[in-house]
Design a protein around this ligand. Structure first.
Ligand code: C2E
Ligand code: MG
Ligand code: MG
Length: 627
């Protein structure tokens, strides 16, 4: 290179230097800069910013040490090499070079493979190039932006993916759904199906086994759901225990139902989490995108899914499902219906469902208020010793005096309280109130030691129902201590009723908790016995005092031979396990006679009394009824 060219080059670089925001210094390759003054050469040698000089073909003519590090090549290897060879073929270097030659400047981003020297993956690099700093030679400064890019990617990942399962999240799903719905509007025959999947009882599992096990179960479930995607679809996690599957371009509702059936099938197999065998079941709601207007002519179709739920779908009404949020909400609503139908089911969206969903949302809001405004109250149903024909206790049953609807039955609001978690504060109130009431009766009616009435009711107990979520709640023992302490009731007068289903699905650790309750002499009763699936060996290990025979057996006793046999079996089972038994739902004298004959110690039912308000229950006590 001629001396005057170097002079031009030097001044051009000085200009670039002073224009450089970072003020980084640069060093030219020896041969190209023979005549440069020493000062400039030193600056180049120590520059932190990578710089290369290259010719029209993009071949390197000079590079500073920072550039060598970036390319992972020695100066000897880099000079004479086409820079493009070190770059990812997908990047726009070629295009950048053409624009540089045409316009004199170019900026852009490339990916550089640093080989095996120092870096272990592609470096993301931002370049800024000036053409013809001397005729035919161009200068580029290269800035490594890999860290910034990775941070950006990470932020993007968090915005669109769920970090636990690695699945796309709700935002991602809604974006994707939006694109699909736009396509569905343009393309005839293109229909999108959306499945909303809610895991049953996940809250209970989380409470019982802890967050870590809960997280592992979620990951295992996510994996299993992924195996059900046929036809191909996208699985996303849209809530703590909620997943969604987007099925693009399917033919009909039946395709989506087939996927749901596969999911139910897959979930019948147990999961192994932390050495524990666990079962997960799901409720699934399905919503379909509207078909193009000309295809539909308000066609109505009816179809039936595998579990016998009838689906009615009108295209006129589903055509409102044009927005991704609407479709997701519709699938969620349908899921809610699957849950209400009894769980572990599938339901397809029907617009009428919205009304029901709204009503239940209203009920949920009302229920929150009910707790605050003291609209809840307890009724008491007598429990009878069948041998002596005498009242020995009461079961406390919650009622809700709704300002507009009157008395609402627990069958309607307890399930809502359980799914929303409201059962925990509500249950605490119920326990407190039931214990307070019995203590009040003890003090006012039975305090007169030695009196006949005090004698008769010396063991009068109060039974309180405990929901599955309460049983799993870590604060239960503490709560009971508090309640007994506050009300002054002794633990032995309190009996907790836990349904067989709740006991069956509780973890092993529940045994320790129940033993703690026994230390306080609190009695334990399994409610609705015969309807769940508790293993008898497990039952044997739990400190249970009483089995309460489900009223369905009592109801069918006279017309179904099987029911009588079941009652006989439960009674002998209770005896063998050292427990006593209560038959619930006794409505007739005949049932009572039969149960007495079978040897049931205790009974409860409309035949004796329906659940009574507190004043009527107190009056009943005073009257000392005899059956
Ligand atoms: P459960 O614990 O099995 O309560 C017995 C239910 O059977 C009560 O209904 C009672 O009124 C009803 N029953 C009693 N005798 C007869 C009879 O002879 N014939 C018929 N057909 N029914 C009878 P209720 O009060 O509507 O409660 C229904 C369920 O709601 C309860 O079943 C229990 O699972 C739940 N529940 C009620 N109160 C509470 C509560 O305070 N906490 C919790 N967690 N659950 C409650
Ligand atoms: Mg009960
Ligand atoms: Mg019961």
């Amino acid at each position: 290179m001629m001396n005057d060219q170097f002079g031009q080059l030097t001044s051009a670089m000085k200009r670039q230097l002073s224009a450089s925001a970072s003020g980084e210094r640069m060093v030219f390759e020896e041969a190209a800069l023979e005549d440069c003054d020493l000062e400039l050469r030193t600056i180049f040698e120590r520059a932190l910013e990578a710089m290369v000089i290259f010719n029209d073909d993009g071949n390197c003519v000079a590079a500073n040490p920072a550039a060598c590090t970036l390319f992972g090549l020695s100066k000897e290897e880099l000079i004479g090499k086409a820079l493009e060879e070190s770059m990812d073929s997908g990047c726009d270097w070629r295009q950048g070079l053409s624009s540089l030659l045409a316009t004199g400047r170019a900026t852009g981003e490339v990916k550089i493979d640093p080989g095996d020297r120092g870096y272990n993956s592609w470096r993301e690099v931002e370049y800024s190039a000036t053409a013809n700093i001397v005729p035919g030679l161009h200068l580029a400064t290269l800035h490594d932006i890999t860290d910034r890019k990775r941070a950006e990617e990470q932020l993007q990942y968090h915005a669109f993916y769920d970090s636990l399962t690695g699945l796309p999240n709700r935002t991602w799903l809604l974006n994707c759904l939006g694109r699909c719905l736009r396509k569905a509007k343009r393309r005839s025959g293109y229909v999108v199906g959306l499945l909303f999947i809610h895991l049953e009882r996940f809250e209970i599992i989380k409470y019982s086994f802890g967050h870590l096990v809960g997280d592992r179960l979620l990951k295992a479930v996510a994996f299993r759901l992924g195996t059900c995607l046929q036809p191909p679809g996208t699985l996303a996690r849209v809530g703590t225990d909620e997943f969604a599957i987007l099925l693009e371009d399917i033919n009909e509702l039946d395709d989506a139902i087939a996927v749901a059936d596969r999911i139910h099938q897959e979930l019948t197999m147990p999961f192994q989490v932390n050495g524990q065998e666990m079962f997960a079941s799901a409720n699934i709601g399905i919503a379909m995108s509207p078909r193009l207007a000309q295809e539909t002519e308000l066609e109505k179709r009816r179809s039936q899914n595998g579990k016998g739920f009838t689906i009615e779908e009108s295209n006129e009404e589903t055509s409102k499902l044009e927005h991704p949020e609407d479709l997701l909400r519709a699938a969620d609503t349908a899921m809610y219906h699957a849950k209400v139908m009894g769980g572990g089911r599938t339901a397809a969206f029907d617009p009428a469902m919205h009304l029901v969903a709204l009503a239940s949302l209203q009920l949920e809001n009302d229920l929150r208020r009910a707790l605050k405004d003291q609209e809840l109250l307890l009724y008491y149903q007598p429990i009878i010793d069948l041998c002596l024909g005498r009242l020995v206790g009461f079961e406390a049953l919650v009622r809700w005096r709704h300002p507009k609807r009157g008395l609402v039955s627990p069958g309607e609001f307890i399930p809502i309280a359980e799914t929303t978690g409201l059962i925990v504060p509500m249950g605490a109130w119920i326990l407190h109130e039931a214990c307070r009431q019995l203590r009040e009766w003890q003090v006012s009616l039975l305090a007169n030691k030695g009196s006949a009435i005090a004698e008769v009711y010396s063991d009068l107990s109060i039974s309180v129902n405990l929901a599955g979520l309460q049983l799993a709640h870590p604060g239960l023992v503490e709560l009971l201590d508090q309640v007994l302490d506050d009300t002054g009731l002794e633990g032995r007068y309190l009996k907790l009723e836990i349904t067989e289903t709740a006991i069956a699905s509780a973890p092993e650790s529940v045994r320790g908790m129940l033993l703690q309750l026994k230390q306080r002499h609190i009695q334990l009763c399994i409610d609705d016995f015969g309807t769940g699936y508790s293993s008898l060996s497990r039952l044997h290990r739990l400190p249970i005092d009483t089995l309460k025979i489900d009223r369905s057996f009592v109801r069918n006793m006279s017309d179904r031979e099987g029911s009588m046999e079941i009652i006989r079996t439960i009674l002998s089972l209770a005896r063998n396990l050292g427990m006593d038994a209560i038959a619930e739902g006794i409505e007739t004298a005949e049932q009572l006679a039969q149960l007495r004959e079978l040897g049931s110690e205790y009974g409860q039912g409309y035949y004796f009394r329906r659940p009574l308000d507190a004043a009527s229950a107190a009056a009943l006590l005073v009257s000392q009824p005899q059956w």
